[in-house]
Design a protein around this ligand. Structure first.
Ligand code: KIV
Length: 271
């Protein structure tokens, strides 16, 4: 029997969910522990996002993230996930130079890290590269709208698609990504009505982040919704926990106990 509640999900399952009007739950996580917890709690898709550069590695943007770093975190997520689809995020300059390099690097996510697919940023300009990966058998998650890897070129992070020209360009980008063979498309930082229109025009599922309720699913960075990452709180995030505060309390209590000779006690020692 094909039980999609226990076996590994596939890109076809996501398409079927969209066809039935069921919302897709996606989360960015970076390690095996969080991957396991996220899928136990209902995540369908786990992205080992290049946002790891900011949330975990201490960079100011995703630009410095390397292929090796992304592979390392993707492999960890794959080890933790049994059921969710795991997508590796192709870092800046690992797919833009030419199709050969993009294909070679995408292949490493599948062969070395064990990912079920890759994500890359860009619309029409990336469609040829994207199609090349798809033809070779690499499932690709597209990503248009606010593109974090363009932060330097754009001079910051800005909601996209507010003018009629930008909105039309994004619609063209979305169609190009679908036509190139992507199995789904991340819509980041675009007005909700536009994201809804794009979703209605596409056959593939859209996964929104800062793109309103009209997408086929939603993705958030686990560190944001857990209240772990405090450098800035994106407007599109809802905090479901305040773990940074809880961690500080625990670290302080531990430090105090060690300093004042209260840790370890007899129960934590061997005789
Ligand atoms: O790196 C990431 O976490 C992402 C998501 C926010 C879509 O690209």
């Amino acid at each position: 029997m094909d039980d999609a509640t226990t076996r590994k999900l596939t890109v076809r399952d996501l398409a079927a969910r969209r066809a039935k009007g069921e919302k897709l739950v996606a989360l960015t996580v970076y390690d095996a522990l969080m991957a396991r917890m996220a899928e136990e709690c209902g995540a369908d898709l786990l992205l080992a996002g290049d946002s790891v550069g900011m949330t975990v590695l201490g960079y100011k943007s995703t630009i410095p993230v390397t292929l090796e770093q992304s592979l390392h975190h993707t492999a960890a997520v794959c080890r933790g996930a049994r059921r969710a689809l795991v997508i590796g995020d192709m870092p800046f300059m690992t797919y833009q130079i030419n199709g050969d390099e993009a294909l070679r690097n995408a292949g490493r996510f599948l062969q070395e890290a064990g990912a079920d697919g890759v994500k890359l940023e860009g619309g029409r300009t990336m469609a040829t590269t994207l199609a090349r990966l798809v033809v070779a058998g690499v499932p690709v998650l597209g990503h248009i709208g606010l593109l974090p890897q363009h932060v330097l070129a754009n001079g910051g992070y800005r909601v996209q698609g507010r003018t009629p020209e930008e909105a039309a360009a994004l619609m063209d980008d979305a169609k190009a990504v679908e036509d190139a063979g992507a199995f789904a498309l991340v819509l980041e930082g675009i007005p909700a009505p536009l994201a809804e229109r794009i979703t209605a025009h596409l056959r593939i599922p859209t996964i929104g982040i800062g793109a309103g309720i009209g997408c086929s699913g939603q993705i958030q960075v686990a560190h944001d919704i857990l209240g772990l990452f405090e450098d800035f709180i994106p407007r599109h995030t809802r905090r479901y926990a305040a773990l940074a505060g809880a961690m500080r309390q625990a670290f302080s209590a531990y430090a105090g106990d060690v300093r004042h000779g209260r840790f370890p006690g007899p129960d934590e020692s061997f005789q």
